[in-house]
Each structure stands twice: as C-alpha cells, then as structure tokens.
Design a protein around this ligand. Structure first.
Ligand code: OGA
Ligand code: MN
Length: 296
C-alpha cells in the first residue's frame, strides 16, 4: 500500500495517480511508491503536470538509464535532446500525410513495445502530451499480463518457453517498403527475446510482443506471422485496453515488459506533439532473464 491517491484506469490494469506533481518527486521522496505502483499496475497516468525537458530527464533517470538511440551519430559536444513524437517541422508547418516522417509516425499505430529491436530494450516510455489535435491521436495501452492470465491453455502452449525474433525494419515494412529500407531501421541486428517474461518483483508473467516481431522459434514464417497476429489479437481485446485521449500536460508511464501500445490516427493537417523518453531495461529489471538460456 502507498499513501498516494489512485483510481483504476481499467478493470484489468493501470492507475491514475491524483494530487501529485511529478516535478516534486526524487529517489527518496515518492519515487519508491511510484515504482511499486508501476510494477503492480503496469501503467500510470498523471494529469496537469508542469514538466520541462530537464525535469522530464530527471524523472526518467529515477527509473534507470535514458535510452539514447543516436548517441553514436551525434557530435561529442552536442547534448542529448528529448525525443519528440511530432509532425511539426522547424518552421511550424506539419509534415504531409504521405511524407516519410508521417509514415514513420504511422508505424506507431501498430501494436508494439518500444525498442524490442535494440540490444537493450526499453523498460518504460515516459510520454508527455504537448500539442494535441482537435480529435483522434489517442495513445492506447494493452496489458499482456492481464491477457496472458486469461489466455486459454491451448494458445499459451503454442508460445510458452519459446523465443521471438525482433527487427526494426519489420514494423516499417508493414507501412512502407521504401521506409523500411532507410539505414536508421537497419542499425541493430535482429534480437531474440523470451516470449513470456516474468516480473522480477512479483513474478507475474506477461507476453513480450511487438510489431517488430517476425519469427517464433519452432515455426515457419507463415506460422509465426499467424501466431503473432493471434496473440496480439488476444491481448488487445477491449478488456485489456486503456485508450488515452490526451490533454497537454498529461503524462503516461508504462511497463514495456507487460504492455503493448499504439497511437491512433488524427487529422494529419493538424499538429500533434508528444515528448518521449524511454528508459532502458537494467539488470534489476530482468534483462538477463529476458534472454533464452542458450543466448545468455
Ligand atoms: C511512442 C509511440 C504512440 C503515439 O512514443 O513510442 O508509440 O500515440 N507513440 O504517438
Ligand atoms: Mn512506441
């Protein structure tokens, strides 16, 4: 139990935390309580937050190491800048509907967990609403922990104890073959993760899936594709989904080991901007155990 005031986001997972400014938390003050809520409920919502980039980074660091996908490409004197999920250009105009950048944003509309294609995937994404369109543009979360708990044994048996291969270009190819060829989607070799993860704290199991997944051990290409589709379909049924309609200042924090997410469409001639910091999974978060024994 914590002293924080919360209310459930759905019947199966997630809580909104009330009466708390994230700007005021620190490693000793309230973070331990938040971290327990994160482990237990998998998704946290905070509304009306005043968080600038520096504070955003400070909050992320409480969870672990900030993911920096472009560290190797940036000049040494250029600091990390908070990634934006945005269709707004430097001059304030928005990118066209079929622009490659917009297509990249559209890939976010496939159910996924972030960075499963990286050698160290993401533990969480701390997403802040900045510029919100008049309609649409929700972010949806689906609990693969709640879904796994309810899943018929017949389906569970098809995936238990197997590994799944993930590659960044796989999700982009589902939107555009041209997009998928860009070098930025070929930076990391395919990664192999256990399909079922166990939370190191509470031992609860979840499915670890993503739009980036393409091959399941022991199945051919078509079988893999069908099984992945069936599993994602099961996990993203209404009972396991929370859909968040953004207001500027909202913050969503979720456990990527146990939650899938996706964006939803909005009128592409309207600006939409979220700030997003992913934190990498660390040893205490079960990184080692995410690998199959043969890969360790
Ligand atoms: C992300 C993401 C979805 C959205 O930031 O990783 O998938 O709603 N965003 O934009
Ligand atoms: Mn994402």
């Amino acid at each position: 139990m914590t002293g924080l005031k919360t209310s459930p986001l759905t019947q199966t997972f997630g809580v909104e935390v009330h009466d708390l400014q994230l700007a005021n938390i620190s490693q000793d003050h309230l973070f331990p309580e938040l971290r327990s809520l994160f482990e237990e409920h998998s998704a946290l919502l905070f509304r009306n937050q005043q968080i600038d980039d520096a504070r955003h980074m400070a909050i992320a660091q409480l969870f672990g190491a900030i993911e920096d996908r472009n560290a190797d490409e940036r000049p040494a004197d250029e600091p990390f800048s908070v990634p934006e999920v945005s269709n707004i250009r430097q001059d304030g105009s928005v990118t066209d509907q079929m622009d490659q950048h917009t297509l990249h944003l559209k890939s976010n509309m496939l159910w996924h967990s972030d960075s499963t294609f990286m050698p160290v995937p993401a533990l969480t994404n701390i997403l802040i609403g900045r510029v919100i369109p008049s309609t649409g543009g929700a972010t949806q979360l689906a609990s693969t922990r709640a879904a796994w708990a309810d899943m018929p044994e017949m389906l569970k048996a098809k995936i238990r104890d197997r590994g799944i291969w993930h590659h960044y270009a796989v999700s982009r190819a589902k939107i555009s073959e041209t997009l998928a060829k860009l070098p930025m989607f070929h930076k990391w070799p395919a990664q192999h993760w256990r399909a079922v993860l166990r939370n190191p704290i509470n031992k609860k199991e979840s499915l670890y899936l993503a739009s980036h997944a393409y091959a399941v051990d022991g199945y051919n290409e078509l079988e893999s594709e069908k099984l992945l589709e069936e599993l994602i379909g099961f996990c993203t049924q209404e009972d396991y989904v929370y859909s968040h309609d953004w207001q500027a200042g909202d913050i969503l924090i979720w456990d990527q080991r146990a939650v899938l997410h996706r964006g939803t469409p909005w009128p592409y001639d309207e600006p939409r901007k979220l700030s997003s910091i992913c934190v990498s999974i660390g040893p205490e978060d079960g990184l080692h155990e995410m690998k199959l024994v043969q890969d360790r």
